[in-house]
Ligand binder design. Structure first.
Ligand code: NAD
Ligand code: DAU
Length: 350
Protein backbone atom coordinates (compact mmCIF):
# COMPACT_ATOMS: atom_id res chain seq x y z
CA UNK A 1 0.00 0.00 0.00
CA UNK A 2 1.84 3.08 -1.20
CA UNK A 3 0.76 6.52 0.05
CA UNK A 4 1.49 9.07 -2.64
CA UNK A 5 1.24 12.83 -2.28
CA UNK A 6 0.42 14.52 -5.59
CA UNK A 7 0.68 18.32 -5.38
CA UNK A 8 -1.21 20.57 -7.79
CA UNK A 9 -3.65 17.75 -8.56
CA UNK A 10 -6.56 20.15 -9.17
CA UNK A 11 -4.67 21.88 -12.00
CA UNK A 12 -4.42 20.95 -15.66
CA UNK A 13 -1.68 18.29 -15.78
CA UNK A 14 -2.06 17.33 -12.10
CA UNK A 15 -5.71 16.35 -12.59
CA UNK A 16 -4.76 13.96 -15.41
CA UNK A 17 -1.99 12.45 -13.26
CA UNK A 18 -4.33 12.04 -10.26
CA UNK A 19 -7.03 10.42 -12.43
CA UNK A 20 -4.52 8.00 -13.99
CA UNK A 21 -3.06 6.94 -10.63
CA UNK A 22 -6.41 6.67 -8.81
CA UNK A 23 -7.92 4.51 -11.56
CA UNK A 24 -4.86 2.43 -12.46
CA UNK A 25 -3.56 1.75 -8.95
CA UNK A 26 -6.47 0.98 -6.56
CA UNK A 27 -3.85 -0.40 -4.16
CA UNK A 28 -2.28 3.09 -3.71
CA UNK A 29 -3.72 5.90 -1.59
CA UNK A 30 -3.54 9.14 -3.55
CA UNK A 31 -3.60 12.38 -1.57
CA UNK A 32 -4.14 15.41 -3.78
CA UNK A 33 -2.78 18.60 -2.16
CA UNK A 34 -3.84 21.85 -3.80
CA UNK A 35 -4.30 25.47 -2.73
CA UNK A 36 -7.03 25.90 -5.37
CA UNK A 37 -5.69 29.09 -6.90
CA UNK A 38 -7.47 30.51 -9.97
CA UNK A 39 -5.89 27.59 -11.90
CA UNK A 40 -7.01 24.83 -9.53
CA UNK A 41 -10.49 23.43 -9.93
CA UNK A 42 -11.99 20.39 -8.23
CA UNK A 43 -14.48 20.11 -11.10
CA UNK A 44 -11.52 18.64 -13.02
CA UNK A 45 -11.75 15.55 -10.80
CA UNK A 46 -15.50 15.07 -10.41
CA UNK A 47 -15.41 11.62 -12.00
CA UNK A 48 -12.98 10.17 -9.44
CA UNK A 49 -13.66 12.20 -6.27
CA UNK A 50 -15.64 9.36 -4.62
CA UNK A 51 -13.03 6.66 -5.19
CA UNK A 52 -11.98 5.15 -1.85
CA UNK A 53 -8.26 5.51 -2.64
CA UNK A 54 -8.55 9.29 -3.25
CA UNK A 55 -8.26 12.10 -0.67
CA UNK A 56 -8.18 15.87 -1.22
CA UNK A 57 -6.36 18.31 1.10
CA UNK A 58 -6.59 22.07 0.55
CA UNK A 59 -3.12 23.30 1.55
CA UNK A 60 -0.72 26.04 0.41
CA UNK A 61 2.81 24.67 -0.16
CA UNK A 62 4.22 28.01 0.98
CA UNK A 63 2.93 27.20 4.49
CA UNK A 64 5.77 25.05 5.90
CA UNK A 65 3.89 24.10 9.10
CA UNK A 66 0.87 22.90 7.17
CA UNK A 67 3.10 20.79 4.93
CA UNK A 68 4.90 19.23 7.93
CA UNK A 69 1.55 18.43 9.55
CA UNK A 70 0.34 16.72 6.38
CA UNK A 71 3.47 14.55 6.21
CA UNK A 72 3.01 13.59 9.88
CA UNK A 73 -0.64 12.73 9.24
CA UNK A 74 -0.14 10.49 6.18
CA UNK A 75 3.53 9.40 6.31
CA UNK A 76 3.81 9.49 2.52
CA UNK A 77 6.14 7.07 0.71
CA UNK A 78 6.40 9.24 -2.38
CA UNK A 79 5.73 12.72 -3.69
CA UNK A 80 4.86 13.74 -7.25
CA UNK A 81 5.23 17.51 -7.18
CA UNK A 82 3.33 19.47 -9.81
CA UNK A 83 1.94 22.46 -7.82
CA UNK A 84 3.25 25.66 -9.35
CA UNK A 85 2.39 29.02 -10.76
CA UNK A 86 2.63 28.06 -14.43
CA UNK A 87 1.80 30.95 -16.76
CA UNK A 88 4.71 32.94 -18.24
CA UNK A 89 2.65 36.12 -18.83
CA UNK A 90 1.52 36.18 -15.19
CA UNK A 91 5.15 35.72 -14.07
CA UNK A 92 6.04 38.88 -15.97
CA UNK A 93 3.30 40.77 -14.08
CA UNK A 94 4.10 39.32 -10.63
CA UNK A 95 7.44 37.47 -10.29
CA UNK A 96 7.34 37.26 -6.47
CA UNK A 97 4.34 34.96 -6.43
CA UNK A 98 6.32 32.57 -8.64
CA UNK A 99 9.31 32.65 -6.29
CA UNK A 100 7.08 31.92 -3.30
CA UNK A 101 5.17 28.97 -4.76
CA UNK A 102 7.72 27.50 -7.16
CA UNK A 103 10.89 27.96 -5.09
CA UNK A 104 9.88 28.33 -1.41
CA UNK A 105 6.99 25.87 -1.83
CA UNK A 106 9.29 23.25 -3.36
CA UNK A 107 11.90 23.68 -0.60
CA UNK A 108 9.13 23.29 2.03
CA UNK A 109 8.15 19.96 0.46
CA UNK A 110 11.79 18.81 0.28
CA UNK A 111 12.28 19.67 3.96
CA UNK A 112 9.09 17.90 5.01
CA UNK A 113 10.02 14.75 3.04
CA UNK A 114 13.54 14.74 4.51
CA UNK A 115 12.17 15.14 8.05
CA UNK A 116 9.45 12.53 7.63
CA UNK A 117 11.72 9.94 6.05
CA UNK A 118 14.38 10.34 8.83
CA UNK A 119 17.21 9.46 6.45
CA UNK A 120 15.61 6.06 5.83
CA UNK A 121 15.05 6.46 2.15
CA UNK A 122 14.31 2.88 1.09
CA UNK A 123 11.16 2.74 -1.05
CA UNK A 124 10.87 6.55 -0.98
CA UNK A 125 10.79 8.95 -3.93
CA UNK A 126 10.51 12.70 -4.47
CA UNK A 127 9.48 13.19 -8.12
CA UNK A 128 9.75 16.81 -9.27
CA UNK A 129 7.80 17.77 -12.41
CA UNK A 130 9.50 20.53 -14.37
CA UNK A 131 9.57 22.22 -17.74
CA UNK A 132 11.76 22.47 -20.85
CA UNK A 133 11.76 26.27 -20.38
CA UNK A 134 14.65 25.92 -17.89
CA UNK A 135 16.94 25.26 -20.89
CA UNK A 136 16.25 28.69 -22.39
CA UNK A 137 15.65 29.36 -26.06
CA UNK A 138 16.91 27.52 -29.18
CA UNK A 139 17.89 28.99 -32.56
CA UNK A 140 16.70 27.48 -35.84
CA UNK A 141 18.21 24.05 -35.13
CA UNK A 142 19.09 21.70 -32.26
CA UNK A 143 17.14 20.06 -29.46
CA UNK A 144 17.19 20.30 -25.65
CA UNK A 145 18.80 17.18 -24.15
CA UNK A 146 19.19 16.29 -20.48
CA UNK A 147 22.75 17.70 -20.71
CA UNK A 148 21.75 21.13 -22.07
CA UNK A 149 22.93 23.88 -19.69
CA UNK A 150 20.21 25.75 -17.82
CA UNK A 151 19.50 29.24 -19.19
CA UNK A 152 16.09 30.38 -17.89
CA UNK A 153 14.94 33.66 -19.36
CA UNK A 154 11.54 34.52 -17.81
CA UNK A 155 10.58 34.89 -14.13
CA UNK A 156 8.55 31.66 -14.52
CA UNK A 157 11.40 29.61 -15.98
CA UNK A 158 13.90 31.13 -13.50
CA UNK A 159 11.67 29.99 -10.63
CA UNK A 160 11.32 26.47 -12.11
CA UNK A 161 15.09 26.26 -12.76
CA UNK A 162 15.71 27.32 -9.16
CA UNK A 163 13.36 24.62 -7.87
CA UNK A 164 15.15 21.99 -10.03
CA UNK A 165 18.49 23.10 -8.55
CA UNK A 166 17.12 22.75 -5.00
CA UNK A 167 15.87 19.24 -5.76
CA UNK A 168 19.34 18.25 -7.05
CA UNK A 169 21.00 19.99 -4.09
CA UNK A 170 18.89 17.89 -1.66
CA UNK A 171 19.94 14.75 -3.50
CA UNK A 172 23.63 15.69 -3.43
CA UNK A 173 23.68 17.01 0.15
CA UNK A 174 21.17 14.79 1.99
CA UNK A 175 20.92 11.86 -0.47
CA UNK A 176 17.19 12.42 -0.84
CA UNK A 177 15.91 9.98 -3.52
CA UNK A 178 14.78 12.23 -6.34
CA UNK A 179 13.93 12.17 -10.01
CA UNK A 180 13.14 15.13 -12.29
CA UNK A 181 11.37 15.35 -15.63
CA UNK A 182 11.34 18.35 -17.98
CA UNK A 183 8.43 18.42 -20.39
CA UNK A 184 7.47 20.50 -23.43
CA UNK A 185 4.16 22.37 -23.99
CA UNK A 186 1.08 20.35 -23.04
CA UNK A 187 -2.41 20.63 -24.50
CA UNK A 188 -5.71 18.83 -23.86
CA UNK A 189 -8.82 18.86 -21.67
CA UNK A 190 -8.98 20.98 -18.47
CA UNK A 191 -6.24 23.45 -19.49
CA UNK A 192 -6.97 26.91 -18.14
CA UNK A 193 -7.97 29.19 -21.04
CA UNK A 194 -5.12 31.66 -20.53
CA UNK A 195 -2.72 29.34 -22.42
CA UNK A 196 -2.54 29.54 -26.22
CA UNK A 197 -4.69 26.59 -27.36
CA UNK A 198 -7.69 26.81 -24.98
CA UNK A 199 -7.66 30.64 -25.11
CA UNK A 200 -7.86 30.59 -28.90
CA UNK A 201 -10.55 27.87 -28.95
CA UNK A 202 -12.65 29.99 -26.58
CA UNK A 203 -12.07 33.19 -28.57
CA UNK A 204 -12.90 31.56 -31.91
CA UNK A 205 -16.10 30.17 -30.42
CA UNK A 206 -17.07 33.65 -29.21
CA UNK A 207 -15.88 35.46 -32.37
CA UNK A 208 -13.27 37.39 -30.38
CA UNK A 209 -9.86 38.52 -31.74
CA UNK A 210 -7.01 35.96 -31.57
CA UNK A 211 -4.08 37.88 -30.01
CA UNK A 212 -0.94 36.56 -31.73
CA UNK A 213 2.22 37.82 -30.03
CA UNK A 214 4.77 39.45 -32.37
CA UNK A 215 4.78 37.90 -35.84
CA UNK A 216 3.65 34.47 -34.61
CA UNK A 217 6.99 33.01 -35.70
CA UNK A 218 7.81 31.39 -32.35
CA UNK A 219 8.08 27.62 -32.13
CA UNK A 220 6.81 25.24 -29.46
CA UNK A 221 6.90 21.44 -29.17
CA UNK A 222 3.42 20.12 -28.27
CA UNK A 223 2.48 17.01 -26.29
CA UNK A 224 -1.01 15.68 -25.48
CA UNK A 225 -1.48 15.95 -21.71
CA UNK A 226 -2.54 12.30 -21.25
CA UNK A 227 0.78 11.30 -22.81
CA UNK A 228 2.59 13.47 -20.25
CA UNK A 229 0.66 11.62 -17.52
CA UNK A 230 1.73 8.19 -18.88
CA UNK A 231 5.34 9.43 -19.06
CA UNK A 232 5.13 10.47 -15.40
CA UNK A 233 3.70 7.04 -14.51
CA UNK A 234 6.57 5.34 -16.38
CA UNK A 235 9.27 7.48 -14.75
CA UNK A 236 7.68 7.19 -11.30
CA UNK A 237 7.75 3.39 -11.47
CA UNK A 238 10.85 2.69 -13.57
CA UNK A 239 13.01 5.83 -13.61
CA UNK A 240 16.51 5.65 -12.11
CA UNK A 241 17.03 7.64 -8.91
CA UNK A 242 18.90 10.89 -9.41
CA UNK A 243 18.17 10.98 -13.16
CA UNK A 244 16.55 13.62 -15.33
CA UNK A 245 14.23 12.65 -18.17
CA UNK A 246 13.10 14.97 -20.96
CA UNK A 247 9.51 14.44 -22.13
CA UNK A 248 8.25 15.63 -25.52
CA UNK A 249 6.42 14.62 -28.64
CA UNK A 250 8.97 15.48 -31.38
CA UNK A 251 6.18 17.77 -32.57
CA UNK A 252 7.34 21.32 -33.36
CA UNK A 253 4.92 23.95 -34.62
CA UNK A 254 5.35 27.63 -35.40
CA UNK A 255 2.58 29.44 -33.54
CA UNK A 256 1.00 30.86 -36.67
CA UNK A 257 0.83 27.45 -38.39
CA UNK A 258 -0.71 25.87 -35.30
CA UNK A 259 -3.23 28.72 -35.05
CA UNK A 260 -4.24 28.30 -38.72
CA UNK A 261 -4.71 24.55 -38.20
CA UNK A 262 -6.84 25.27 -35.12
CA UNK A 263 -8.92 27.80 -37.08
CA UNK A 264 -9.55 25.21 -39.83
CA UNK A 265 -10.66 22.58 -37.26
CA UNK A 266 -12.95 25.12 -35.56
CA UNK A 267 -14.52 26.21 -38.89
CA UNK A 268 -15.37 22.56 -39.56
CA UNK A 269 -16.71 21.86 -36.04
CA UNK A 270 -18.80 25.04 -35.90
CA UNK A 271 -20.05 24.68 -39.50
CA UNK A 272 -18.57 28.04 -40.39
CA UNK A 273 -17.40 29.08 -43.81
CA UNK A 274 -13.84 27.87 -44.57
CA UNK A 275 -11.33 30.62 -43.63
CA UNK A 276 -13.70 32.60 -41.40
CA UNK A 277 -11.93 31.92 -38.06
CA UNK A 278 -8.57 33.00 -39.55
CA UNK A 279 -10.03 36.47 -39.99
CA UNK A 280 -9.99 36.81 -36.18
CA UNK A 281 -6.15 36.67 -36.13
CA UNK A 282 -4.84 39.95 -34.66
CA UNK A 283 -1.12 40.62 -34.25
CA UNK A 284 -0.47 42.26 -30.86
CA UNK A 285 2.52 43.52 -28.88
CA UNK A 286 5.05 40.74 -28.25
CA UNK A 287 5.61 39.03 -24.89
CA UNK A 288 8.69 40.68 -23.27
CA UNK A 289 11.73 38.37 -23.48
CA UNK A 290 9.74 35.88 -25.60
CA UNK A 291 11.69 32.60 -26.05
CA UNK A 292 12.10 31.88 -29.77
CA UNK A 293 12.01 28.11 -29.97
CA UNK A 294 11.63 25.05 -27.70
CA UNK A 295 12.25 21.51 -28.95
CA UNK A 296 12.79 18.46 -26.79
CA UNK A 297 14.91 15.41 -27.46
CA UNK A 298 12.92 12.72 -25.62
CA UNK A 299 14.99 9.79 -26.91
CA UNK A 300 16.48 8.89 -23.50
CA UNK A 301 12.99 8.24 -22.09
CA UNK A 302 12.14 6.12 -25.13
CA UNK A 303 15.40 4.14 -25.19
CA UNK A 304 15.73 3.55 -21.44
CA UNK A 305 12.12 3.25 -20.31
CA UNK A 306 10.24 2.49 -23.55
CA UNK A 307 7.81 5.44 -23.36
CA UNK A 308 6.42 7.08 -26.49
CA UNK A 309 3.49 9.43 -27.17
CA UNK A 310 0.24 7.75 -28.24
CA UNK A 311 -1.35 10.45 -30.42
CA UNK A 312 -0.60 12.39 -33.57
CA UNK A 313 -1.00 16.16 -33.08
CA UNK A 314 -3.95 16.69 -35.47
CA UNK A 315 -5.87 13.91 -33.71
CA UNK A 316 -5.08 15.28 -30.26
CA UNK A 317 -6.01 18.81 -31.28
CA UNK A 318 -9.36 17.68 -32.67
CA UNK A 319 -10.07 15.72 -29.47
CA UNK A 320 -9.20 18.84 -27.46
CA UNK A 321 -11.49 21.08 -29.53
CA UNK A 322 -14.34 18.56 -29.09
CA UNK A 323 -13.79 18.54 -25.33
CA UNK A 324 -13.94 22.35 -25.04
CA UNK A 325 -17.04 22.54 -27.22
CA UNK A 326 -18.76 19.87 -25.12
CA UNK A 327 -17.79 21.37 -21.74
CA UNK A 328 -19.20 24.87 -21.90
CA UNK A 329 -20.21 24.89 -18.22
CA UNK A 330 -16.63 24.14 -17.13
CA UNK A 331 -15.36 26.88 -19.44
CA UNK A 332 -17.94 29.32 -18.15
CA UNK A 333 -17.03 28.62 -14.50
CA UNK A 334 -13.29 29.14 -14.99
CA UNK A 335 -13.58 32.22 -17.19
CA UNK A 336 -15.65 34.24 -14.74
CA UNK A 337 -14.33 36.18 -11.72
CA UNK A 338 -10.58 36.76 -11.36
CA UNK A 339 -9.91 35.69 -14.95
CA UNK A 340 -11.84 38.65 -16.35
CA UNK A 341 -9.50 41.12 -14.58
CA UNK A 342 -6.40 39.30 -15.82
CA UNK A 343 -7.71 39.19 -19.40
CA UNK A 344 -8.51 42.90 -19.38
CA UNK A 345 -5.06 43.78 -18.06
CA UNK A 346 -3.14 41.45 -20.39
CA UNK A 347 -4.89 42.15 -23.68
CA UNK A 348 -6.84 45.40 -23.60
CA UNK A 349 -3.79 47.44 -22.57
CA UNK A 350 -1.48 45.91 -25.19
P1 NAD B 1 -1.73 24.72 -13.65
O1 NAD B 1 -1.47 26.18 -13.46
O2 NAD B 1 -2.85 24.29 -14.51
O3 NAD B 1 -1.97 24.04 -12.23
C1 NAD B 1 -1.18 24.33 -11.10
C2 NAD B 1 -1.89 23.79 -9.87
O4 NAD B 1 -1.08 24.11 -8.74
C3 NAD B 1 -3.26 24.42 -9.62
O5 NAD B 1 -4.20 23.43 -9.28
C4 NAD B 1 -3.02 25.37 -8.45
O6 NAD B 1 -4.16 25.55 -7.63
C5 NAD B 1 -1.90 24.65 -7.70
N1 NAD B 1 -1.11 25.60 -6.89
C6 NAD B 1 -0.57 26.79 -7.29
N2 NAD B 1 0.05 27.38 -6.26
C7 NAD B 1 -0.06 26.54 -5.19
C8 NAD B 1 0.39 26.59 -3.84
N3 NAD B 1 1.07 27.64 -3.38
N4 NAD B 1 0.10 25.55 -3.04
C9 NAD B 1 -0.59 24.47 -3.50
N5 NAD B 1 -1.08 24.39 -4.75
C10 NAD B 1 -0.79 25.40 -5.59
O7 NAD B 1 -0.35 24.12 -14.13
P2 NAD B 1 -0.04 22.91 -15.14
O8 NAD B 1 0.02 23.45 -16.51
O9 NAD B 1 -0.94 21.79 -14.81
O10 NAD B 1 1.45 22.55 -14.70
C11 NAD B 1 1.71 21.61 -13.67
C12 NAD B 1 3.20 21.46 -13.49
O11 NAD B 1 3.78 21.00 -14.70
C13 NAD B 1 3.93 22.76 -13.14
O12 NAD B 1 4.94 22.46 -12.22
C14 NAD B 1 4.50 23.23 -14.47
O13 NAD B 1 5.66 23.99 -14.25
C15 NAD B 1 4.80 21.89 -15.13
N6 NAD B 1 4.78 21.89 -16.60
C16 NAD B 1 3.71 22.41 -17.30
C17 NAD B 1 3.69 22.35 -18.69
C18 NAD B 1 2.52 22.87 -19.49
O14 NAD B 1 2.61 22.92 -20.73
N7 NAD B 1 1.41 23.26 -18.90
C19 NAD B 1 4.77 21.76 -19.36
C20 NAD B 1 5.84 21.27 -18.62
C21 NAD B 1 5.83 21.33 -17.25
O1 DAU C 1 7.32 24.58 -22.54
C1 DAU C 1 6.59 24.22 -21.41
C2 DAU C 1 5.81 25.41 -20.91
O2 DAU C 1 4.76 25.62 -21.85
C3 DAU C 1 5.25 25.22 -19.51
O3 DAU C 1 6.30 25.11 -18.60
C4 DAU C 1 4.36 26.41 -19.12
O4 DAU C 1 3.76 26.17 -17.86
C5 DAU C 1 3.28 26.57 -20.16
O5 DAU C 1 2.49 27.70 -19.87
C6 DAU C 1 3.88 26.69 -21.57
O6 DAU C 1 4.56 27.96 -21.73
P1 DAU C 1 4.41 28.86 -23.06
O7 DAU C 1 4.70 30.26 -22.71
O8 DAU C 1 5.13 28.25 -24.20
O9 DAU C 1 2.81 28.64 -23.34
P2 DAU C 1 1.66 29.65 -23.79
O10 DAU C 1 0.46 28.81 -24.07
O11 DAU C 1 1.51 30.78 -22.84
O12 DAU C 1 2.21 30.24 -25.17
C7 DAU C 1 2.51 29.39 -26.26
C8 DAU C 1 3.03 30.27 -27.40
O13 DAU C 1 1.95 31.10 -27.87
C9 DAU C 1 4.12 31.26 -26.97
O14 DAU C 1 5.05 31.42 -28.02
C10 DAU C 1 3.37 32.56 -26.73
C11 DAU C 1 2.25 32.50 -27.75
N1 DAU C 1 0.99 33.20 -27.34
C12 DAU C 1 0.46 32.89 -26.13
C13 DAU C 1 -0.69 33.53 -25.69
C14 DAU C 1 -1.29 33.20 -24.34
C15 DAU C 1 0.41 34.13 -28.20
O15 DAU C 1 0.90 34.38 -29.31
N2 DAU C 1 -0.72 34.77 -27.76
C16 DAU C 1 -1.30 34.52 -26.54
O16 DAU C 1 -2.33 35.15 -26.20
Amino acid sequence: MKKILITGGAGFIGSHVVRLFVQKYPQYTIVNLDKLTYAGNLENLKDIEHHTNYIFEKVDIVDANAIDTLFEKYKFDSVIHLAAESHVDRSILNPLEFIMTNVVGTVNLLNAAKKCWHDDFSGKLFYHVSTDEVYGSLGETGLFTEETAYDPRSPYSASKASSDHFVRAYENTYHLPVVISNCSNNYGAFQFPEKLIPLFINNIKNNKPLPVYGKGDYTRDWLFVEDHATAIDTIFHNGKLGETYNIGGFNEWQNIDLIKLLCAIMDKKLNREKGSSEQLITYVKDRPGHDKRYAIDASKLNKELGWKPSLQFEEGLEKTVDWYLQNETWLHHVTSGEYQNYYKHQYELS
